[in-house]
Design a protein around this ligand. Structure first.
Ligand SMILES: *Cc1c(COP(=O)(O)O)cnc(C)c1O
Length: 374
């Protein structure tokens, strides 16, 4: 039998490993010159906008909400189909999460439903670019401008994705990325926040390190409450090595996605009842290759049968509003029917940089067999 094929796996090259060893030997292992260099390179990639790094993509969003002054009594609209962090940060800020159902084709938040969910208390929208696929950015910012809302883009999965030829993060309001281990580029754990101006960047620096500012030659001052969210130079060294390969990584993922479609053939959906993702080779970075299973097979059965073929299948995501924490706040089944249907049947097929076309073929063959037998 072929070796186990995971659904995701980071690739760290030898040069990156050497640069991490160099940091470890240098005597300076926390935030320092590597973090500064990483932020400088990210900022250049995002068209010169200020960028600050953090120790997770969750902290970046918490910080953006703080900078935007969002808290008790405020409503923030987001999608029910995401990693739970997306909604947890709203609760963490003391604000109220408001979900808007998703579009069945893109599986991203439905912008018509976002507009319908806006009230006098709405302060911000947190859209998620599931699998790296952006929402309609023109429409998103038209809604935000019209209703004077802040946008905190949860672009955790979208580094390398583009909109009209520009990288996600190059324009917009707050844009948050994650460098968690499974993301297209990683720092093991980490994230970065793209900000609008130096004033916001200064606040981001304070909130990520105990609210501390330098004052005079020998002193510090603390005037706001901050947390402990800074990235280490060890993580930044990994990030620099990964970032240098971003274009390669994105190109390889697009190639693998094309190969999935080509191998499955144009009648796959008709033959199996499964639903493929939209064919998008320009904008999406293909963080995930997700299909919706037909109703006749449960996700757990599918995962188990694929595992018997030595193929790992991911699951992104269970609808957030049905977790106990959210049910306790009044959310119920039936509120977001598209999210609930997709959340029940969605699976992520293997997709990572070091995969090759025969891995794709092997996955497609196993999947056809499993679906035919269901
Ligand atoms: C990974 C991820 C996050 C959280 O990022 P961390 O770095 O793990 O905190 C948030 N939202 C989405 C959509 C993600 O995929």
């Amino acid at each position: 039998m072929d070796a186990f094929l995971p659904f995701s796996k980071p690739t760290i090259d030898e040069a990156t490993i050497a640069s991490v060893a160099e940091v470890l030997r240098s005597g300076w292992i926390t935030s320092g010159p590597k973090v500064q260099e990483f932020e400088k390179q990210l900022s250049a990639y995002f068209g010169g906008r200020p960028v600050r790094t953090f120790n997770s993509g969750t902290c970046t969003m918490e910080t953006a909400l703080r900078i935007a002054g969002i808290g008790a009594g405020d409503e923030v609209i987001t999608t029910p189909v995401s990693w739970v962090a997306t909604a947890n940060v709203i609760l963490e800020a003391g604000a109220t999460p408001v979900f808007a159902d998703i579009d069945p084709v893109t599986r991203n938040i439905d912008l018509d439903k976002v507009e319908a969910a806006i009230t006098k208390r709405t302060k911000a929208i947190i859209p998620v670019y599931l699998a790296g696929k952006p929402v309609d950015m023109d429409r998103l910012y038209a809604i935000a401008t019209k209703h004077k809302l802040r946008v905190i883009e949860d672009a955790a999965q979208a580094i390398g994705s583009t909109w009209k030829g520009k990288p996600i993060g190059w324009f917009g309001d707050f844009v948050s990325f994650s460098f968690q281990a499974n993301k297209n580029i990683t720092t093991s754990e980490g994230g970065c926040l793209v900000l609008n101006n130096e004033e916001e960047a200064n606040l981001a620096e304070k909130y990520r390190l105990q609210g501390v500012t330098r004052s005079g030659w020998d002193g510090i001052e603390v005037d706001v409450l901050g947390g402990k969210y800074n990235m280490t130079d060890i993580a930044a060294a990994i990030g620099l090595g990964q970032f240098a390969k971003l274009n390669d990584i994105t190109a390889q993922r697009r190639k693998l996605a094309r190969h999935y479609f080509a191998t499955l053939g144009k009648d796959f959906e008709k033959q199996t009842g499964a639903q493929l993702p939209p064919k998008d080779f320009e904008m999406t970075n293909w963080h995930l290759f997700q299909i919706e299973l037909p109703e006749r097979i449960t996700r757990s059965k599918f995962m188990e049968k694929m595992k018997a073929h030595n193929i790992g299948i991911g699951f992104h995501y269970a609808p957030i509003h049905l977790f106990k924490l959210y049910r306790a706040r009044g959310f119920r089944e039936g509120m977001f029917p598209v999210a609930e249907r997709v959340g029940k049947q969605i699976v992520s097929l293997p997709m990572f940089y070091a995969m090759n076309e025969s891995d794709v073929e092997r996955t497609c063959m196993a999947m056809r067999e499993v679906l035919a037998g269901a």
